[in-house]
Design a protein around this ligand. Structure first.
Ligand code: ADP
Ligand code: MG
Ligand code: ZN
Length: 612
């Protein structure tokens, strides 16, 4: 897309540049017009020869080492010369005297220009040192080190709108509020509404975070300043902080506008995590960013968007209210979304009418939006190489294989077999939600991988709850075993994909027994002291303050809870095996299913009461 970078360097940089060029020009001039050596040099021996022949008219001895003088020329035209005395020639003066030559003595005069010439290297050196110091103080305006390099996208550029972003319904919905605000900040300010200052877009690479940020600017028709977190981190200490300041200044001047900080984790990593002082620059930059965000008022009409794929490493200070207090998840596309993305990008190239976008979507599991855009481009390149006027299905197939290979290398690709196994596993989790009276309602189930998880069955609490009943905990544990049970039913054995589920179930069961008094055989007794060591962070150490005998009883109680839950999961899924298979097949087809989709599929009503 066409971008329009801001014209010319900023003012501070221009002044420094003029000084720099001035100094350089002066040095060249000094070099060219050095006034001391005007006459042609001749060797001392030649001078002696002239002397011998009586050609010398007059001499002027400067500093006892340089002789300037005149030679008697033919026809009365005298000629200037100069020569250096190579050694202390005691006889020279007597010789000159004896020949009746006019002798003068003199000391070398320093022309002002000459003085400058001698001083120039020093001036230049000090200028450089001064510049470096300004750098280190962080308020540097010399050259453009301290200036941010935010690229500016203006209204006049080809606009990106939400229509250019396929899928991402939830993200768009959340960002719509920001768009409304930017279109008419006064309306919101008048009502006293508090608008988020910073919105953090969280998602894997290539899911369209940058695209969404641009689309927000495009929808609102405001300028968009784009800067990457890694641009802030430079060699010189203080440069990053200075860039942050500049970026925000620029934002204030151009309000309403959007500041977009890509790769926020490059600057926003938790402070104090590194060894020694090597992270000073980054910390300083991060601190400056926090200061700037605090100093901002949403009334200014500037919204800060940021993107990261590592929200877990961000400094908690960044996520506090008044900073990036709102997070928008930008998910990997599911099968339908992949189809939509393909269609958007295929519309930009002359694709043949016979292209089956749906089939391509099905054949590209694990691909991000960026991968798909790339695939369309590769397909077009194949078509060009074959001298075609339209991009054919064959080109797409080949492009797909090429890109899948790259993805396979980064181990993101999921084989058909894995996809199937994941579908059964997640269907097991999901289906249980509908047969357990105390479980939270299912929100959605997906086999689109995110991070290291191959799939996910997500529930949504019917209401906020700060304490949960025993029934809820038990059902939660049963649901955890849904994947395990489904794998057993379908394959007769289970995979390593159950690690997290088993751990989660065990944690809950142990808490039931030791903390919540939910195991009859143990009674309402707190076993094990919980403490939070200050320096180790969030790790919770359990102090054992019970006997070996009690330990055995706890283990048995935990095992019983888990065993019962596992059996229950197994029972329910065996009884409804048809639905389990049906749900898995539907998942393989659609990749993501919502609560309503599943209800429609099996004709479940809203009869189940979610009792917390
Ligand atoms: P991220 O910033 O999350 O790494 P980008 O926004 O840079 O991803 O996406 C790269 C490219 O991938 C975009 O320019 C666009 O062409 C394509 N793309 C990604 N997601 C989508 C989407 N949902 N719809 C259309 N195109 C997309
Ligand atoms: Mg990006
Ligand atoms: Zn699972």
């Amino acid at each position: 897309m066409p971008k329009k970078p801001e014209a010319g360097p900023p003012r501070g940089a221009r002044v420094s540049l003029i000084i720099f060029v001035g100094l350089l020009a002066a040095s060249v001039a000094l070099f060219l017009f050095d006034g001391t050596s005007s006459a042609p040099d001749i060797p001392y021996s030649t001078f002696l020869a002239h002397l011998e022949e009586g050609n010398v008219e007059s001499v002027r001895i400067i500093d006892q080492r340089l002789i300037q003088g005149r030679l008697k020329g033919k026809g009365g035209v005298s000629q200037e010369f100069s020569t250096l005395i190579p050694y202390v020639d005691g006889g020279l003066l007597a010789d000159l005297k004896s020949r009746d030559i006019k002798i003068e003595g003199a000391v070398a005069e320093m022309s002002p220009l000459r003085v400058l010439g001698e001083l120039f290297p020093w001036i230049f050196g000090f200028f450089l040192i001064w510049m470096v110091f300004r750098q280190m103080q962080g308020n540097n305006k010399a050259f453009s080190f301290g200036k941010n390099r935010a690229k500016r996208y203006q209204e006049s550029d080809k606009k990106v709108t939400f229509a250019d972003v396929a899928g991402q319904k939830e993200a768009k919905y959340e960002l719509l509020e920001v768009v409304d605000y930017l279109k008419n900040p006064q309306k919101f300010v008048k009502m006293g509404a508090r608008i988020p200052k910073g919105v953090l877009l969280v998602g894997m690479p290539g899911t369209g975070k940058t695209l969404l940020a641009k689309a927000v600017a495009g929808e609102a028709g405001v300028p968009f300043f784009h800067m990457s977190g890694s641009d802030f981190v430079e060699m010189f200490v203080g440069v990053g902080a200075s860039r942050v300041r500049d970026l925000f200044d620029q934002g204030r001047k151009s309000a309403p506008c959007i500041l977009f900080i890509d790769e926020l984790d490059a600057v926003g990593r938790t402070r104090g995590a590194g060894y020694g002082g090597g992270h000073d620059e980054r910390e300083q930059t991060l601190n400056q960013m926090l200061v700037e965000m605090d100093g901002f008022d949403t009334k200014d009409g500037v919204i800060i968007l940021a993107a990261t794929n590592r929200p877990d490493v961000l400094d908690p200070a960044l996520l506090r209210p008044g900073r990036f207090d709102r997070q928008v998840v930008v998910a990997m596309p599911d099968i339908q979304e992949r189809e939509d993305i393909l269609k958007i990008h295929m519309a930009k190239v002359p694709a043949s009418a016979g292209i089956d976008a749906q089939r391509l979507a099905r054949a590209t599991p694990g691909m991000s939006g960026a991968d798909l855009a790339n695939m369309v481009n590769e397909a077009t390149l194949f078509a060009v190489r074959r001298d075609r006027t339209e991009v054919e299905m064959q080109d797409f197939e080949e492009a797909r294989d090429k890109i899948m290979m790259g993805i396979a290398r980064s181990s993101l690709v999921i084989s058909e077999e894995e996809k199937k196994a994941t579908a059964y596993h997640e269907a097991g989790h999901a289906l249980l939600h509908y047969y357990l009276p105390n479980a939270d309602p299912l929100h959605k189930v997906t086999i689109v991988p995110r991070g290291r998880a191959l799939g996910l069955a997500m529930s949504l609490p019917a209401k906020d709850a700060y304490s949960r009943g025993r029934g809820w905990v038990r059902d939660r544990i049963v649901i955890s075993y849904g994947g395990f049970a489904a794998e057993t039913i379908v394959y007769g054995e289970t995979t390593t994909g159950t690690t997290q589920d088993i751990r989660q179930a065990t944690d809950l069961a142990r808490k039931m027994a030791c903390e919540w008094g939910m195991a009859e055989e143990l009674g309402p007794v707190a076993y094990g002291q919980e403490e939070e060591p200050i320096f180790i962070g969030k790790e919770i150490a359990q102090h054992k303050d019970y006997s070996e005998d009690t330990a055995m009883r706890i283990d048995r109680a935990v095992f019983n809870i888990l065993d019962e839950a596992r059996k229950k999961a197994f029972e329910i899924l065996t009884e409804h095996r048809d639905q389990l298979m049906g749900l898995a097949e539907e998942l393989i087809r659609k990749e993501t299913l919502l609560d309503d989709d599943i209800k429609a599929l099996f004709g479940f009503g809203d009869t189940r009461t979610a009792e917390a």
